[in-house]
Write a protein that binds this ligand. Structure first.
Ligand SMILES: Nc1nc2c(ncn2[C@@H]2O[C@H](COP(=O)(O)OP(=O)(O)OP(=O)(O)O)[C@@H](O)[C@H]2O)c(=O)[nH]1
Ligand SMILES: [Mg+2]
Length: 293
């Protein structure tokens, strides 16, 4: 097989956005053949299956992934093929989300990550359950007036990491459209993850994006940087998993996890919402990201 297969997709996201969980669910889906998928597994670039097998094991027993450690960083690159035999390379720099945050905080990007991000289309994962919302000054003032003031609190020094999620995301996307990562117009799939929690708001994924991430929404809709985007709702777990008990003696078991372990076909836990329809096939957005050739 040729060394460089085009097109290329990179899957990215801030800390805790669901990158490792997505990879585990995708690996289960394409390995198990439980349900029919748009794209099928072709090959792995480095034949390193140990890491994938480790994360999929946790996913199958409905246990959360541990934080991805810098020392254990794995960049996964797999080739998937569509019905006509066309291949797509899906690169998964499964780096801790901090590496993206470093781009925001220190304006630096690691060389290997830059190589990944500088080529191809992007799947951006956002944890719909952990969006740090902007605080309106007027609201703050209002609250300050209402709340009885106790002993004076130490003011918290502002640091870039305290910036709202959408500010960090727009900055990340802008980096991808500027030198040295720029490569012209690209496709972007925004995946609003943990949809099983986010759907309680009663919004469609695109309305959720407009309501909860208005800066990101307006940045994308304005079209100023040349992104062609689609927004999906994603539940890669199908509900809440048991907490990971590695280094955490008080890890909580969750009721939802017992329900999820009962599924006959574990692929059916996965939920993907796009437009008005719902499926279990995580390869759908990847196929769209292959673009028209
Ligand atoms: N309810 C729910 N939670 C999810 C889902 N997907 C991910 N999560 C939770 O989101 C948290 C982060 O998921 P990870 O996959 O570890 O995220 P990550 O982007 O790899 O995080 P880092 O490696 O720490 O940067 C975990 O607590 C997951 O259990 C989902 O579909 N539903
Ligand atoms: Mg991770």
């Amino acid at each position: 097989m040729a060394d460089l297969i085009e097109p290329n997709v990179s899957i990215v996201g801030l800390p805790g956005s669901g990158k490792t969980t997505f990879l585990a669910a995708l690996w289960h889906l394409i390995q198990s053949h439980e349900i029919q998928t748009r794209l099928r597994f072709g090959s792995m670039s480095n034949h390193d299956y140990a890491y994938l097998n480790q994360i999929v094991k946790l996913w199958r027993k409905a246990t959360e992934q541990g934080r991805t450690q810098i020392a254990g960083t794995k960049s996964i690159s797999m080739n998937l093929t569509d019905a006509s035999g066309r291949a797509i390379r899906v690169t998964f720099p499964d780096v801790p989300g901090e590496d993206y945050r470093t781009m925001w905080e220190d304006r630096k990007v690691d060389e290997a990550l830059a190589e990944n991000l500088g080529a191809g289309n992007i799947m951006l994962l956002v944890n719909g359950d952990r969006i740090k919302a902007p605080a309106w000054i007027t609201e703050r003032m209002h609250l300050t007036g209402k709340v009885e003031s106790g002993p004076a609190e130490e003011p918290v020094r502002w640091e870039p990491r305290l910036a709202p999620t959408q500010v960090q995301l727009v900055d990340l996307l802008q980096h991808l459209m500027r030198r040295p990562l720029d490569q012209g117009p690209r496709r972007l799939a925004v995946m609003i993850g943990a949809w099983d929690q986010a759907e309680g708001e009663g919004l469609s994924p695109i309305d959720f994006q407009a309501a909860k991430l208005p800066l990101l929404d307006q940045y994308l809709k304005s079209g100023r940087d040349g992104w062609t985007f689609r927004t999906y709702g994603l539940s890669a777990q199908g509900g809440e998993f048991d907490e990971n008990d590695e280094n955490n003696a008080s890890a909580k078991a969750r009721e939802d996890a017992s329900r999820l372990r009962e599924f006959d076909l574990l692929s059916n836990r996965i939920r993907l919402l796009s437009g008005g329809s719902e499926s279990h096939d995580l390869t759908e957005p990847l196929e769209w990201l292959m673009g028209d050739q």
